[in-house]
Design a binder for this molecule. Structure first.
Ligand code: PLP
Ligand code: COI
Length: 363
């Protein structure tokens, strides 16, 4: 790892922020990911020089050379995390060190410069502090934070770049899905193969998932479920979230971390919370044919998706070339899903104790 573990930040924030009245209108109905705060963080890397020139500056378009490596070979990684406004008016982050660690692993897999974890978290704190007025206060809302890194070197040779930009932007967001249980399309496309980049949070994984996502929409589904690439049988994860199953004996299961799925921080947190509730928890493979059989027999009671954007969202049905599997009544949220969701949200929003030390107060 090159350079200091953190850096001094030059603060030159926007001198023409969105007026408070307009910001209040946006925060009243933020949607997801279309509106951004007044500022951004930009930090540069150059081989031999390390990380330098950390700035908090106005949110604005980038100027990139048309031959910048990211535009050709997709050397890009990102993270997704949220800042919350508590009832007391504090602003908090949820497990930011976990995002920093995952970002470092993604960088390693994409042969990119590694952002020191302390620098990553400090960059996030800097942006959240300066744009604190953008953190919504309503229960389902938060400030979605998107740290990311691109290869900025001007060069068309295929090799790891020698220059990078690490940036952080933020967007006030509401719920990713509506209230209803979502329908999920079981794709025949694969997202990730053993030895590939499935475990890294790189833009290329998402580009490769879009055709499947488009197909899902065409079948009236909000999300896509991917199976493993070798046997086309084992459930892996969704386009942008992990998946959990709740059985009639009260146990819960989620696919294991075999290298082809993202190591979700929400997934990890829910496993810890479920164990703390005394639930039997399994990280084990679950075959799609078994899901159809268990949905039909009633053994499978609830299924939910989880992730930073989705939080915990019930899945009501699966569709695909095997036909349709309806989970429970196909609507609403099941009791175990709701209990886990409330436990997680309680900690994230500061309405419940934080026994695992997951919450960091920023302001
Ligand atoms: N899986 C994929 C493919 C994702 O994009 C995400 C979202 O970040 C997740 C799982 C859930 O990860 P986390 O809970 O860390 O947000
Ligand atoms: C996240 O939850 O942070 C993601 O990256 C998923 C995406 C659907 C927004």
């Amino acid at each position: 790892m090159d350079s200091a573990t953190t850096l001094p930040f030059t603060l030159s924030p926007s001198t023409s922020p969105v007026p408070p009245q307009r910001r209040a209108e946006i925060l009243a109905n933020p949607g997801f990911g279309r509106v951004f705060t007044d500022n951004m963080v930009v930090i540069r890397y150059e081989e031999g020089k390390g990380w330098h020139d950390a700035r908090v500056q106005p949110y604005a378009p980038l100027s990139l050379d048309p031959a910048a490596a990211v535009l050709h070979y997709a050397q890009e990684i990102f993270e997704g995390m949220k800042a919350y406004r508590t009832a007391e008016g504090h602003i908090t982050l949820f497990r930011p060190q976990a995002n920093a660690a995952r970002f470092r692993k993604s960088a390693e897999r994409l042969a990119m410069a590694q952002v020191p974890e302390d620098l990553f978290v400090e960059a996030v704190r800097q942006l959240v502090r300066i744009d604190a007025a953008w953190v919504p206060g309503n229960p389902d809302e938060s400030l979605y934070i998107r740290p990311y890194m691109i290869a900025s070197e001007t060069f068309l040779g295929v090799k790891p770049a020698a220059q990078y930009l690490f940036m952080v932007i933020a967007s006030p967001v509401g719920a990713y899905f509506g209230e209803e249980a979502v329908s999920v399309w079981v794709s025949d496309f694969c997202r990730a193969a053993p030895g590939g980049t499935g475990e890294a949070k790189c833009g290329g994984n998402y580009a490769a998932s879009l055709m499947a996502q488009q197909e899902a929409k065409g079948h009236g589904c909000a999300q896509v479920l991917f199976l493993d690439a070798v046997e086309r049988r084992w459930i892996e994860e969704m386009g942008g979230m992990n998946v959990f199953f709740v059985f009639d004996d009260g146990s819960i299961a989620t696919p294991p971390l075999t290298g082809t799925i993202l190591r979700g921080i929400t997934r990890d947190s829910l496993l810890t919370l479920a164990r703390g509730m005394g639930l039997t928890v399994r990280e084990e493979r679950y075959a799609i044919d078994q899901l159809y059989a268990d949905a039909a027999s009633g053994r499978l009671k609830e299924v939910f998706a989880c992730g930073t954007a989705a939080v915990v969202s019930p899945i009501g049905r699966f569709r695909g070339h095997r036909g349709e599997a309806v989970i429970g009544t196909g609507a609403g949220i099941g009791p175990v899903t709701e209990k886990l969701r409330n436990a997680l949200i309680g900690i994230q929003r500061g309405t419940a104790p934080d026994p695992h030390g997951w919450v960091e107060r920023v302001l």
